[in-house]
Design a binder for this molecule. Structure first.
Ligand SMILES: NC(=O)c1ccc[n+]([C@@H]2O[C@H](COP(=O)([O-])OP(=O)(O)OC[C@H]3O[C@@H](n4cnc5c(N)ncnc54)[C@H](OP(=O)(O)O)[C@@H]3O)[C@@H](O)[C@H]2O)c1
Length: 274
């Protein structure tokens, strides 16, 4: 059961990347439910349309989400995303940098560096570029940014170095932005989920064939967490809605784990075989 925030007024405009599935979709639906205008984006138009419909169904005034289909690893698409948002609503209040992939790969793999480059392009570079494009708009509204990182940004995992580095860099980018943008009236925070089921990350990484297999993996992984289960996308969304709200006006540069205790307990993957 999710917390229902009703303090996002009609004026607030929230842009969530990677909102065609998983955590991003849950964030979009909860912002819509709270009364905000939402902009959803991703490459899969059919999935975006489904999420937009869910947003409209729960929106107190049946606001229709703005759907922007595009690959944000292309800079032109990032520009189009921000320009379309401003063109439609005339403002931006909250940017959620959520889109990400979880590719794995050992340094000895022949395609390690290619995978590293494309992962960094999505997980890190788009966050930096969209932030850069959004600063002036957020400054006008006294807005804020929420970055979706991972516990893997603060714990080393063998065979996952590119992902770990992308999230570590995202954490540091968050702290630097919080320090730099505070005087511009912009707050910046980062949330690190632990293993979250009902998401597409395992499928996109080729580690699972479909939702059932993906959820089975997450259920298995969840057993080693202090809470004994994986998280749900709505549980991450709850934290995002709080930290982005006016109830968190004194909160910036914060790193919040929503991870069932995986970081605290250091309950990541077993050490590699020798
Ligand atoms: N699930 C977990 O256990 C977990 C744990 C820690 C952190 N996270 C983080 O949470 C975030 C969301 O992941 P998720 O688990 O919800 O996975 P997901 O369901 O696979 O969502 C990923 C989203 O990113 C979008 N995306 C991927 N490549 C894109 C591209 N080139 N251009 C535009 N959009 C793109 C996808 O949309 P399209 O495919 O439609 O483009 C999708 O909406 C990620 O940053 C991930 O690192 C997840």
């Amino acid at each position: 059961m999710s917390v229902k925030y009703d303090f996002y007024d009609d004026m607030k405009v929230v842009l969530i990347t990677g909102s065609s599935s998983g955590i991003g979709a849950a964030i979009a639906v909860q912002f819509a439910q709270s009364g905000a205008n939402v902009v959803v984006t991703g490459r899969r138009a059919d999935k975006l349309a489904e999420v937009a419909k869910q947003c409209q169904n729960v929106s107190p005034k049946q606001f229709k989400a703005l759907e922007v289909v595009g690959d944000i690893t292309e800079k032109t698409q990032c520009k189009r995303l921000v320009e379309t948002t401003i063109g439609q609503f005339g403002r931006l209040d909250i940017l959620v940098n959520n889109a990400g992939i979880g590719t794995t790969g050992a340094l000895s793999d022949g395609d390690y560096y290619d995978k590293f480059e494309s992962l960094m392009q999505l997980n890190l570079n788009t966050t930096v570029y969209l932030t850069y494009l959004s600063v002036d708009h957020l400054s006008k509204t006294g807005g804020n940014i929420v970055n979706i990182s991972s516990g893997a940004g603060v714990r080393a995992v063998a065979g996952v170095s590119a992902y770990c580095m992308s999230k570590s860099a995202m954490d540091m980018f968050t702290y630097c932005c919080a320090a730099e943008l505070g005087p511009k009236n912009i707050r910046v925070n980062v949330i690190s989920p632990g293993p979250v089921k009902s998401t597409g990350i395992m499928i996109a990484a080729g580690a699972a064939q479909g939702t059932d297999q993906s959820d089975a993996i997450f259920e298995h992984v969840g057993q080693v967490l202090p809470v004994g289960r994986p998280g749900r996308p709505e549980e991450v969304a709850d934290a995002v809605l709080f930290v982005a709200s006016d109830h968190a006006q004194f909160v910036t540069g914060t790193h919040m784990c929503v991870d069932g205790g995986i970081v605290a307990a250091n309950a990541f993957a077993a050490p590699p075989k020798h």
